[in-house]
Design a binder for this molecule. Sequence first.
Ligand code: UD1
Ligand code: UDP
Length: 355
Amino acid sequence: MKVLTVVGARPQFVKGFTVSRVLRSTHEEVLVHTGQHYDEELSGHFFAELDLPTPDYNLGVGSHSHAEQTARMLAALEEPIAAEEPDVVLTYGDTNSTVAAAMATAKLPPRLAHVEAGLRAGDRSIPEEVNRIVTDHVSDLLFAPTASAVRNLRREGITTGVHDVGDVMYDAMCWARERATDRSGILDELGLEDGQYVLATVHRQRNTEDGSRLETIVSALAESPLPVVFPAHPRTVERLHELGRFGKVADAISLVDPVGYLDFVRLLTGAERVVTDSGGVQKEAFFLDVPCVTLREETEWTETVDCGWNVLVGADGSAIREALSRPFDLDPDRKPTPFGDGDAADRIVRVLEDA
Ligand code: UD1
Ligand code: UDP
């Protein structure tokens, strides 16, 4: 079997390496990097750390508006898919790279497989929600991470080709958890102690383009009772500079460059709580028994909210401050396990073999 995998943004490297490892032991994989993320700390670093092979193709698309970025990827993907003649094209998550891979494949012979199918936040003004819906509706094989994702697909009339395999990010965490504790020196580097800091990440379009939301978020973080460490996405740094707020924020919060995956897992493991608008980080916090405060009005990872381990506060200053100071009375032993058994990658490869 020949599989052509398309990745392009940070979370896709974390998701993709789990399946790549299994796939490459018995099958041929062609790896295509769209170039959506290109900075070393958002891209190259992950390939080295996660032992991902050098991409066979790097489309070098870079940063543009949504339409232009997606269009450039779509056009550039046609040639490798036609030339390689894979049996399957594999796409992950909900970025512009995901939807470009989906649309490029949908009109060509290979089957299209979507990992993390069926996620819905219920708000089509979010670019990622559009990417998810479009990708799911043109996919032949839909790998749902949870039972609720299967239900979401059924509600939209998608029942064929759907497989509830568990979450590849849980597989990744099973691989990383102990390694991170053994190998990462990030806490010492940043002068942090386990349980004595809050970890923050902010990068979503809604929270960066809208300056007043970003201002509210960083002001509330600056009032956190515990010190805050914030590995900042370049988009957020750029926006803080534009708003003239970078210096003030850097005085109040420990703003650092994005860190590698094992360092991030180590930071999350030791955090007293995490404040984030990331999709993946909400789940990773849940895997590691760390309470999560989500800077969004909705989430596609509803299971983490339903059991109390995640609270949605949007960009409401008082709600963020309250969530930063209130105790979370949570029992890890009573936490549900909706994300599978850590063998999602094996199950995905078995389905691909049988399809
Ligand atoms: C993208 C995804 C988002 C995902 C995130 C993961 C879409 C629509 N969004 O958001 O779902 O959560 O990746 O991190 O696909 N930039 C750099 N260096 C880079 C890449 C980007 O400086 O290597 C800056 C550029 O100013 C760029 C901005 O970040 O304009 C946004 O990058 P882009 O890839 O468009 O979106 P992300 O916010 O990274
Ligand atoms: N991550 C990382 N370093 C960082 C921030 C995040 O390695 O400085 C990892 C994190 O562990 C998770 C993934 O990046 O696996 C999440 O990516 P991101 O938040 O950029 O995207 P989203 O999940 O929101 O699409």
